[in-house]
Design a protein around this ligand. Structure first.
Ligand code: ATP
Ligand code: MG
Length: 563
């Protein structure tokens, strides 16, 4: 099958390797990648980079990408996470077909291969505990010390390992270690642990096993069994590659190529699952899908479209150097996409009532409004207009400075799709707060243009008071006040930088009636206010909108300033 990318000019270094391998016939032209999440948390935007890279390469080169759960650590893994990961990868629009795998399905094969290594004299059962192993590892400048159990006979190792499996020993009392080199300059090669004893129930294998494989041992075997061609992982595994290679060479089995790329870091956010879990557990956010979270489900709830996330992943480079991407770039991709795809509607976040005094009482008329100027196929809708409407409180000033072009006493403005109105009176309560405006309208300006050619300096959004629906709007800011919350001072952790203003709830918003039956997670542009998404918790007529993004594109500004 012809691949899209083979005709393209510029490939990132991973795609270049894949393209070269296709050319040279290294894997008989096959391309098989995998996305291997550990089901110990929800996926985040960093994972999206890896997902788009792995699934993207498979799609572009006519290959396959497996979704494989690296579920080798029963203490931290749960079915809930498996389900959420499946949902999120699907939502992003990727399809693994029949290629859904679980590392735990290979436990028996891993065990058999461990026996094989023991027989080859390349693995031994060690009685040192975790702390003793750590101490005997040495330092970067000092060789490690051989374990006193390193030279056990093959027979003794086979016997002990089998008894480890049978559950004869308590947690942590023994491990199986690879016999490599305690003086190796690479720490990972100093007799790494392959198996540990953990009497814990696994979410798939239940109590069948009480020894569990370590990542480095498990991963290469999983890749090998699945005949992966390019095993793409993040940079921190670069110095695990010699071990990956050592295991597969020692086993003399199919041997994929491991390739490392730089992980995604994003400003104003933390990305490690451990930290995200802490935010959830400490109640700093409502849950994994809190719209402030960088999780895929949080972003979905916030109103990100899968296409926006994929566009972002296409835009950020795939290379070998760690760097941090500006959050504004993510929002830029989001805006670009939502601008094309989201219907426009009118909503008032902070309402101020306006009575149009010369408009007939009891009359309601319907005016045509364009659903999406970027997409003519979205058509038009009819919006009601009557004598009482709401405008945004910010759009009125009693004593307006020169540069304020919106509504003020005596000033005429346009109501979008409706009429020109002029403010004639300001009504206040006894405390002096403005409670209502009185205006007149010009019937000749229906639709928003004056036949005599007279101009107004601004156009306001509005909703008809009689038909408006009530809603709550949730306005978000970054979850952290610091660009890099992982950069902490002494005695601090990242939670020190949680933004106390990351959520503002606005009650009493007024929305045009068109949204009465809007579906949860539907995305809208509220004219002049930003992009909003109907929260999944909206029910029984209570509408809650999450602000996905403002309309102002910080990234375009940064770019235009040439920074
Ligand atoms: P975390 O650091 O968030 O706990 P992890 O690497 O432990 O993540 P895994 O479930 O093992 O999480 O990740 C699955 C895949 O996603 C791995 O191949 C990993 O390299 C990749 N990945 C994780 N975080 C990022 C990131 N920030 N950018 C790119 N890829 C990532
Ligand atoms: Mg991991």
């Amino acid at each position: 099958m012809a691949s899209v990318n083979e005709n393209q000019q510029k490939l990132d270094f991973v795609r270049q390797i894949v393209a070269d391998d296709r050319k040279s016939g290294k894997w008989d032209g096959r391309v098989v990648t995998r996305f291997p999440p550990e089901p110990n948390g929800y996926l985040h935007i960093g994972h999206a980079k890896s997902i788009c890279l792995n699934f993207g390469i498979a799609a572009e080169f006519g290959g396959k990408c497996h979704l494989r759960f690296d579920d080798t650590n029963p203490e931290k893994e749960e079915q809930e996470y498996v389900d959420s990961i499946i949902e999120d990868v699907k939502w992003l629009g990727w399809d693994w077909g029949k290629n859904l795998f679980f590392g735990s399905d290979y436990f028996q094969q891993m065990f058999d291969r461990a026996i094989n290594l023991i027989k080859k004299g390349k693995a031994y059962v060690c009685d040192l505990n975790a702390e003793q192993i750590r101490q005997s590892r040495g330092t970067p400048t000092q060789n490690g010390k051989d374990s006193p159990y390193r030279n056990r006979s093959v027979e003794e190792n086979l016997d002990l390992f089998e008894r480890m499996r049978k559950g004869e020993f308590p947690d942590g009392s023994k491990t199986l270690r690879a016999k490599i080199d305690m003086a190796h300059p690479n720490f990972n090669m100093r007799d790494p642990v392959m198996y540990r004893i953990v009497h814990a129930s696994h979410h798939r294998t239940a109590d069948k096993w009480c020894i569990y494989p370590m990542y480095d041992w498990a991963h290469g075997i999983e890749d090998s069994i699945e005949k992966i061609t390019h095993s793409i992982c993040t940079l921190e595994f670069e110095n695990h590659r010699p071990l990956y290679d050592w295991f597969l060479d020692a086993l003399e089995i199919y041997h994929p190529q491991q390739i490392e790329f730089a992980r995604l870091n994003l400003t104003y956010t933390v990305m490690s699952k451990r930290k995200l879990l802490k935010l959830v557990q400490d109640g700093r956010v409502w849950g994994w899908d809190d719209p402030r979270m960088p999780t895929i489900c949080g972003m979905r709830r916030r109103g990100y479209s899968p296409q926006a996330v994929r566009n972002f992943c296409d835009k950020i480079s795939v290379n070998k150097f760690n760097s941090t991407v500006d959050f504004a770039l993510l929002q830029h991709c989001l805006r670009e996409e939502l601008n094309k795809s989201s219907p426009r509607v009118m909503a008032i976040l902070n309402p101020l009532k306006v009575i149009v005094e010369n408009y007939p009482e009891g009359k309601v008329e319907y005016l045509d409004a364009i659903n999406n100027p970027e997409d003519p196929s979205a058509g038009t809708r009819q919006i009601p207009f009557s004598r009482e409407i709401y405008i945004e409180r910010d759009d009125f000033m009693e004593e307006a400075p020169k540069k304020f072009y919106r509504l003020a006493p005596g000033r005429e403005v346009r109501l979008r799709y409706a009429y020109f109105i002029t403010c004639t009176n300001v009504i206040k309560d006894s405390a002096g707060n403005i409670t209502e405006l009185r205006c007149t309208y010009d019937p000749a300006t229906r639709g928003g243009d004056a036949p005599d050619g007279r101009k107004v300096k601004s156009t306001l959004h509005w909703v008809c008071a009689k038909n408006a629906i009530d809603a709550e709007a949730r306005i978000y800011e970054h979850l952290f006040t610091k660009e890099n919350p992982d950069e902490t001072g002494e005695g601090q952790d990242f939670t020190a930088f949680i933004n106390p203003n990351s959520l503002k709830v606005l009650n009493g918003c007024k929305i045009e009636p068109y949204l009465k039956d809007a579906k949860p997670l539907s995305r809208w542009q509220f004219e002049r206010l930003g992009y909003f998404c109907l929260d999944s918790d909206s029910k029984d007529g209570k509408l809650i909108f999450n602000r996905t993004a403002t309309l102002r594109d910080e990234w375009a500004k940064i770019k235009n300033a040439g920074i």
